[in-house]
Design a binder for this molecule. Structure first.
Ligand SMILES: [Zn+2]
Length: 355
């Protein structure tokens, strides 16, 4: 158990056996023996390892060991393998803590994911993708209004969302996977909110459309279409922009972005896909976006980042019901006990992003 965890934490830091050995003052052969579980490290060594690997000592003793299944990256090939491994291991640690926490509850505190009932068995055109997105919105009682907290909406329906610091990887574009049959989605914690939301909605598309798409439909394009339709359904676009336009002011798109949390670029596609503007208009605007660099960074204040709440809520729920004590709660949230206690007492800290 310790060996596997050691291996994972080392990979998460992007260290070779030799790098780690050097930093804790041991031979690489000794580290290898720990990882292969031929030798159990002493507690002194574990303390040194935990410091270098930036984990708490308890990390080495956790019992569960999930595996990521069916991993899908949106831009799989563009990240170096080493970095992908590090992302996986970083996520795995969050997943472990999440599962450990949920296991403390006598009955599962969250719904199990299941595709929405009544979705068409075969989806063979774009119209049907619009329909699927609307069926999901209806089933989740989202109506036609903007979705203020997309992460919470997903988590409430059994899709666990995890965040990683993706500053180092401009090319990392989200990850969808399954662990013990439970769907998970990973997004960058520091992306603008509209990028996070598009990724989340796109990955939701994969989950809802899996096994339904006709041969001729490209799954990635289908999921992009689903994402747009899920973030701003047809009826809302028509209501906001009108059914037929010869031109749309950029300011209109900016206002709509603020309201629905979908990028201006995404709205260009949405307006074209719903036949509000001509394909030529959209292409011309897309060129304009590229010329101005808006395809990389859109103008104006970025849409606020999504904040996950469920993990922290569950920690405090478990604490209130005495499933755990403060030190376990602090360990799960990976913050020092004193900081956790202050947070618990609502002393000058804002609850956020410790997942
Ligand atoms: Zn995809």
């Amino acid at each position: 158990m310790i060996g596997q965890r050691l291996f994972r934490a080392r990979k998460a830091m992007g260290l070779s056996l030799r790098d780690l050995a050097g930093q804790v003052g041991l031979s690489h052969a000794a580290i290898k023996k720990y990882e292969d579980e031929l030798v159990t490290p002493s507690s002194d060594v574990l303390i040194k390892l935990s410091r270098v690997l930036n984990v708490q000592v308890e990390y080495f003793f956790r019992s569960q060991s999930p595996h990521l299944e069916d991993i899908e990256y949106r831009k799989r090939s563009s990240l170096p393998k080493k970095r992908l491994e590090a992302i996986e291991h970083e996520v795995m640690d969050q997943i472990e803590r999440r599962l450990e926490l949920e296991d403390l509850f006598p009955a599962s505190p969250l719904k199990k994911f299941s595709p929405v009932a009544g979705l068409p068995k075969n989806v063979s055109d774009w119209e049907q993708i619009e329909e699927v997105a609307e069926l999901v919105r209806t089933a989740w009682q989202l109506g036609y209004a903007p979705i203020p907290e997309l992460i919470d909406a997903l988590e409430t329906h059994g899709i666990r969302v995890f965040m990683i610091d993706a500053y180092a990887d401009p090319k990392f574009d989200g990850l969808a996977a399954a662990v013990h049959g439970m769907p998970i989605v990973v997004v960058g914690s520091n992306w603008p909110g509209d990028r996070q939301r598009l990724t989340l909605a796109h990955e939701l598309g994969h989950l809802m459309l899996a096994g339904r798409l006709a041969e001729g439909l490209d799954e990635e394009l289908a999921c992009n279409r689903f994402a747009g339709a899920f973030l701003i359904p047809r009826q809302s676009v028509l209501q906001e922009l009108g059914a037929c336009r010869s031109d749309i002011e950029m300011r209109e798109l900016a206002l709509l972005k603020d309201e629905f949390g979908i990028s201006m670029g995404g709205l260009l596609y949405r307006a074209r896909d719903l036949g509000i503007v001509s394909p030529g208009w959209k292409d011309q605007k897309a060129r304009e976006f590229r010329r101005k660099g808006w395809n990389i960074t859109e103008p104006g204040i970025p849409y606020p980042v999504e904040k996950p709440h469920v993990f922290e809520q569950l920690v405090f729920h478990a604490l209130a019901e005495d499933y755990i004590g403060e030190s376990k709660a602090a360990e799960l949230m990976q913050i020092p006990l004193t900081a956790f206690h202050k947070m618990r007492m609502l002393e000058g800290c804002s609850p956020s992003g410790h997942q």
